[in-house]
Design a protein around this ligand. Structure first.
Ligand code: CTP
Ligand code: MG
Length: 235
């Protein structure tokens, strides 16, 4: 492995093994179509199209691994793309994708398949911040709604000032050793990789995220994603 992170080879891991329960009945979320193309294809294309990304590893639903391989084999990507079986949780899926990364990869991005429309520029910004010396990087966006806390009895509590809050997106970027250590040592219930890394005492750096990197979670998000795709096509 090289010591020079400024020229590190970059891999992007894609946890894609979730079921998409909040989207309603149907295929696993990563395989559901947006304007006729599975969500996963958009996500892999965005990552592979970044000039900084060399390798993409998809953690697919284990019962669909052959379909996912066949699907991705039919596309043209400007990075090496491989597929492994995902796990029972997102973090297990990421851990499985980490196993078997090529030795010369020193920077690792982790990107949800459920954020198919992330702009390539956001991918590149995260990777270059890691290459620039930040061991952990997250893209963030401001909140739009007024936020209130609720107490344990579900009674309304005070409004929380929005000024100091940000929503965290993916791709999140890490030096490989930091992400591997987090997955080996941290067993806390955190929802993202940056949370795991932070519990090792590693500082997390924020860069600007993008509204089009939103997570497709509920049925309305599919309509929004298809509108973004339609707008991109006419440009
Ligand atoms: N994920 C994964 N392995 C799991 C669970 C989730 O790789 N066992 C991935 C999903 O495929 C998704 C990302 O983690 O790309 C974020 O998860 P989420 O948006 O919650 O997707 P799902 O778990 O599929 O959706 P739901 O929670 O509605 O079932
Ligand atoms: Mg989930």
């Amino acid at each position: 492995m090289s010591d020079d992170v400024t020229r590190a080879r970059v891999a992007a891991l894609v946890p894609a093994a979730g079921r998409g329960e909040r989207l309603g009945p149907g295929a696993p979320k990563a395989l559901r179509e947006l304007a006729g193309t599975p969500m996963l294809v958009y996500a892999v294309k965005a990552l592979a199209s970044s000039p900084l990304v060399d390798v993409v590893v998809v953690a697919a639903p284990s019962e669909h691994i052959d379909d996912v391989r066949a699907l991705l084999d039919r596309q043209e990507f400007s990075a090496d793309v491989s597929v492994v079986a995902g796990g029972e949780t997102r973090s297990e899926s990421v851990a499985r994708a980490l196993i078997g990364l090529p030795d010369d990869v020193d920077v690792v991005l982790v990107h949800d398949a459920a954020r198919p429309l992330v702009p390539v520029e956001t991918v590149t910004a995260v990777a270059s911040a890691v290459r620039g010396g930040h061991p952990a990087v997250v893209p963030v966006v401001p909140l739009v709604d007024t936020i209130r806390s609720f107490n344990e009895d579900d009674a309304i509590g005070p409004t929380v000032s929005r000024d100091r809050l940000r929503a965290v997106q993916t791709p999140q970027g890490f030096t490989r050793d930091v992400l591997q250590r987090a997955h080996a040592e941290v067993d806390a219930p955190v929802t993202d990789d940056a949370g795991m890394v932070e519990s090792l005492g590693i500082p997390v750096h924020a860069v600007a995220g993008h509204e089009e990197a939103f997570k497709v979670t509920r049925p309305l998000d599919v309509i929004l994603a298809e509108s973004v795709i339609a707008r991109r096509r006419v440009r």
